[in-house]
Design a protein around this ligand. Sequence first.
Ligand code: HMH
Length: 225
Amino acid sequence: MMFTQKLKEEVEPIIESIYNDPFIQGMVRGDLSKEAVIHYLKADHLYLNEFAKIYSLLIPKLDDKEGIKFLLEQIDFVMNGEVTAHYTLADYAQVDYKTIIKDGEWYPTSDHYIKHMYFNAYRYSDAAFTICAMAPCPYVYQQVALKMKERHNFNGNPFKDWVDFYAKEMKPLMEHLDGWVDEFAEQASETERAILTKNFKESCIHEKRFFNMAYTQETWESVVE
Ligand SMILES: Cc1ncc(CO)c(N)n1
């Protein structure tokens, strides 16, 4: 079995639990609180900006032209394409998107997640370590969106476009990321493979915490209350 296939099987229970968490269930019912949506957007706008920059940190780690071209396209997708999904959420919350993101904030959970990626990008010379920390970003959203679509009819649901976006846009990206990780994993040591696995699993857990952060409207102050 390919290395990434095994990783995906191992994290399936985490993804199922994200599906069952209140943020996603609120979307399924179409009654997620507007405050949770706004909190998510404030955090996710900043998060995606940094995520795009982490792709740029991978460029010096790659040698093939195709790979570099792909990274550049991904930077464009994250900065310009994914905003479509954010607009769907802002419409639901009935707030102007530009106004929401003006005072975006790093909350404890989103802050921790992005630093997991920066750590790997600076700590390890091979791109595979960072890619394993980044891959759950598209993967979790794709899987959660597919579960939502499979189990519910979204006609008339205000989050329909969000679900459709993540169910369809992430496939080519996942294929590319899996290819890089599997290639590296084949010649990696046991210790290196264990780090790759840990990075991937931790990011799936970060994804779960990110939705819960928005649902509970986490702040630095709320953590010590
Ligand atoms: C935190 C987070 N993870 C994944 C995605 C999907 O790209 C996103 N927009 N935000």
